[in-house]
Design a binder for this molecule. Structure first.
Ligand code: IPD
Ligand code: CA
Length: 277
């Protein structure tokens, strides 16, 4: 039931909701921040703003698209009948938000599950999405086949083809086990690249890559809400978004960059993970 979907209209909805919720959480941050709960570990926090933002996003989607399903990082789970599932991350970069560091984002994506190229490891493919950076007021949007934009400017995508001069974004999970493994992989990757950036928001990393402000990105352990909108934005900017070997990109690994760098990184990272076995 998804053939009649107008992806550019969904991107408009994603952008409007991400911007209005982003402005709300930005204003709220000025008044301070409250930790509401912890999740996978003591370091994995949820603020009251995450919860409120997800409630507002969910209500907005239900009002505009009552037949669609919704999946949110903070537990939103709404069933639908249209074939479209909205995947939302109310604050990607929650630890930055907690510390009042500027790198946090609101991510809203409309996804389908028909298995067409571009499908991620969770079985869904974003057809439209938006990522809003509240501190800079930058709105990144994309829809399938329509290109990726920052405001009204088309994004150029990454251009770097030499690994040794690649500025590489990455991130770390919240559990001790995941981090121990990630630091071992990073030990092998860091000497091969220009430098590493751990910005603290996967959605922002992928949008910066689409804008040419990072050359490449990789991370293990991402969840659909972290990448749904931003992986589409990266792909529509011209970047390759891939997984390990022939695997779909997603939780096991998401790598993005030019075709050359994505392929080289996939080899380096695969070798590093093999060395851990
Ligand atoms: C996290 C951020 C971070 C990434 C983690 C994510 P959260 O999301 O995207 O950059 O390294 O894997 O869990 O917890 O800030 O919404
Ligand atoms: Ca997230």
């Amino acid at each position: 039931m998804t053939e009649s979907v107008d992806a550019s209209a969904l991107a408009d909805i994603a952008g409007t909701l991400a911007r209005s919720v982003g402005q709300m959480i930005h204003e709220k941050r000025a008044a301070g921040v409250d930790i509401a709960a912890t999740k996978s570990s003591l370091t994995d926090v949820v603020t009251a703003a995450d919860e409120e933002a997800e409630r507002i996003l969910t209500a907005g989607i239900r009002e505009l698209r009552p037949e669609d399903a919704i999946l949110g990082e903070e537990g939103a789970s709404v069933k639908g009948t249209s074939g479209v599932t909205w995947v939302v991350d109310p604050i990607d970069g929650t630890v930055n938000y907690l510390y009042n560091l500027p790198a946090y984002a609101v991510s809203v994506a409309a996804t389908v599950a028909d298995g067409a190229p571009g499908t991620m490891s969770d079985g869904r493919r974003a057809i439209a999405g938006a990522v809003y950076l509240p501190v800079t007021g930058e709105l990144f949007t994309a829809w399938e086949g329509g290109g990726a934009f920052l405001g009204s400017e088309r994004l150029p995508g990454p251009s770097q083809t030499t690994l040794a001069t690649t500025l590489l974004g990455t991130g770390f999970g919240y559990t001790v086990e995941r981090r121990t493994e990630q630091v071992e992989v990073l030990r092998r990757v860091l000497p091969r690249v220009r430098d590493i950036r751990r910005i603290g928001s996967a959605a922002m990393d992928l949008c910066l890559l689409a804008a040419g402000r990072l050359d490449a990105y990789y991370e293990r352990g991402l969840q659909p809400w972290d990448y749904a909108a931003a992986a589409l934005i990266a792909r529509e900017s011209g970047a390759v978004v891939r997984g390990l070997g022939d695997a779909r990109p997603g939780e096991e690994l998401l790598i993005a960059g030019t075709p050359e760098i994505a392929a080289e990184l996939a080899e380096v990272v695969a070798e590093a993970y093999r060395a851990l076995e």
